[in-house]
Design a binder for this molecule. Structure first.
Ligand SMILES: Cc1cc2nc3c(=O)[nH]c(=O)nc-3n(C[C@H](O)[C@H](O)[C@H](O)COP(=O)(O)O)c2cc1C
Length: 549
């Protein structure tokens, strides 16, 4: 957003996204003591990777509308028809027919996406809410809103899901779905959706720790959370589709949010109706009072604002034109695997666990039993369940997945390429790359111990040529969904998993010529869980208690 508040069009496709990506790249630099530290930006820029994290001004982790009456929600388990593993790859549920969610199903999907599942006390006596989906740095900056027609148990309206008390608060009464539909350029799944979920980020909550890097993390965290949403929906055969094309400003005004402080990350349609809403009430300005996030006013983040504005779409017509261009360019070219022989995966592991159970029990795992191999079947099952294509409003640009194998049965430790199309891996180089795994995960220890580290990369220039700047958001989201599914599939098999950051430009260099020209997007690990000692756990999770490192 410019100073005048006008959304500025980027000069060339990719300009805004590339500028943001370059400015927020992690890289190693020597500090004054001669030790390596992580900074951001391309040389000569040397920007801090972490903020000051003033404890006196720490933002709260919830958006709380001050004067709106809560509509309490039940918490009734869903009746899942398939296992968690199957739910991760079931990508569209029923091909046709009317499927209308009621308030209890929506409540459970909201809770299993962004709700609190239990409350605990950290080793330093701080209250910790265990949330359904992990988010970077436990900064929980994402919010969910619902735009619905009349549903069983819920009148048509625009609602905010209040995670802190598991309730809805009504921002507008009436059926506003036609307004959303228009903003998406009449996207078909939106036209027939009885309910539309809107993901937003109150980014100061995360930027307090991560500064401008937060905007990437919006899509990492949404990808992680929407994995829960889609798997919950698939478990009850509720159609669900991610909608990336929408006029940002229109959805902001519908929710009454200010893009200087809260941005719309994406939409997800839920269900299918044959009662199409054709008109919406007028969009009067709303400005419901909210509790301040922090004692001092939320600061502005011009780099985030510029990146978001530069990747925004302005009108429903512009969205339609944009989506048509992406469809004309489909299918997006698939990367040819390296020449080394294909090693076929054997995804034969099973698990009867439901998605609710997996979400309930999952926790980010940072300690691994490095000497115990993960079976080739489990490894194969996790990767193939990560690789499915969720339903999206535009042709999917799949990221390329590169692997560091530390300890997987039947294959040599080394670097590999995962050929998603053909469910096979290809060796790039043999070796013990535990040290490299640590380095490529910003110096953290657990990637060296974990059995596998997966990195999502993409040729962003090719993506910009088709999707424009908006492609950056989609590429990050797609790679994060791969990572989110990988983690839930690992949890379903009783393995541990967690995400990680990386020094961007070192990742394609490590994976050699096959990865050259690509940009790093996302990374996550999985492996055999190992219980940390109380002391190790305190160190591994010290950032939850305000550790500034
Ligand atoms: C995209 C993503 C990246 C993450 N990166 C790291 C990381 O680099 N190091 C780390 O210790 N935890 C990382 N985490 C884990 C979060 O810290 C964790 O989700 C948060 O503390 C909440 O804990 P929970 O996942 O157990 O609910 C990451 C999580 C996500 C979703």
């Amino acid at each position: 957003m410019s100073d005048s508040g006008v959304r500025r069009a980027p000069v060339e496709p990719g300009d805004a996204a590339r500028a943001y990506n370059d400015r927020t790249k992690f890289r190693y630099e020597l500090d004054t003591g001669g030790n390596e530290e992580i900074v951001t930006g391309l040389p000569p820029d040397r920007l801090p990777a972490l903020g000051a994290q003033d404890p006196a001004n720490e933002p709260r982790l919830f958006k709380i509308y001050r004067d709106l009456e809560p509509i309490p929600l039940a918490s009734l388990p869903i009746e899942a028809s398939i296992s968690a593993l199957d739910a991760l790859t079931a990508n569209g549920a029923r091909a046709s027919g009317v499927v209308i969610p009621d308030i209890d199903l929506l409540a459970r999907i909201l809770q299993r996406s962004n709700g609190i599942l239990k409350r605990g006390i950290s080793h330093r006596g701080k209250v910790v809410d265990y949330r359904a989906a992990g988010q970077t740095g436990a900064r929980f900056h994402l919010e969910l809103y619902l735009v619905t027609g009349d549903l069983p148990g819920l009148d048509a309206g625009v609602y905010h899901y209040a995670a802190h008390d598991h309730s809805l608060r009504r921002l507008r009464g009436g059926d506003y779905r036609a307004f959303v539909t228009e903003a998406t350029g009449l996207e078909p799944a939106t036209v027939t959706a009885p309910a539309i979920l809107v993901f937003t980020s109150e980014f100061w909550r995360n930027a307090w720790r991560y500064l401008d890097h937060t905007w990437r993390q919006v899509y990492w965290d949404m990808g992680t959370m929407v994995t829960n949403t889609l798997a919950m929906a698939a478990s009850v055969e509720l159609p669900a589709e991610i909608v990336c094309g929408f006029a940002d400003g229109e959805i902001e005004s519908l929710l009454g949010i200010d893009p200087a402080y809260e941005l719309v990350a994406g939409l997800v349609t839920l269900g299918r109706t044959d009662t199409i809403a054709s008109t919406a009430p007028p969009i009067d300005r709303i400005d419901h009072a909210v509790e301040p996030l922090s004692p001092a006013p939320s600061p502005r983040f011009p780099v985030i604002e510029a990146a978001h504005a530069g990747t925004s779409l302005v009108t429903g017509d512009a969205v339609r034109t944009w989506r048509a261009a992406t469809e004309a360019a489909a299918p997006f070219p698939v990367t040819a695997p390296p020449d080394s022989p294909a090693i076929a995966l054997r995804p034969s592991s099973t698990s009867a666990r439901s998605i609710e159970d997996v979400i309930e029990k999952r926790r980010s795992n940072r300690k691994y039993a490095e000497a115990i191999p993960v079976s080739f079947e489990d490894f194969s099952t996790v990767l193939t369940h990560a690789a499915g294509t969720p339903r999206l409003d535009v042709p999917f640009p799949p990221s390329d997945t590169y692997l560091i194998v530390n300890n997987i049965a039947e294959i040599e430790p080394g670097a590999y390429y995962f050929d998603r199309e053909n469910s096979a891996i290809h060796l790039l180089k043999v070796g013990n790359f535990r040290d490299a795994a640590k380095r490529l995960c910003v110096g953290q220890d657990y990637p060296a111990e974990a059995n596998l580290v997966a990195f999502g990369l993409a040729d962003l220039e090719a993506i910009y040529r088709v999707y424009g700047d908006r492609g950056y958001r989609i590429a990050l989201l797609e790679a994060a969904i791969f990572g989110g599914r990988m983690q839930l599939a690992a949890h379903a098999l009783g393995l541990g998993a967690v995400g990680t950051g990386s020094p961007d430009d070192e990742v394609p260099l490590f994976f050699g010529p096959h990865a050259s020209g690509k940009e790093w997007l996302f990374a996550a690990v999985f492996g055999i869980k190992c219980k940390p000692t109380a002391r190790e756990n305190a160190i591994l999770t010290s950032f939850l208690d305000g550790d500034r490192s």
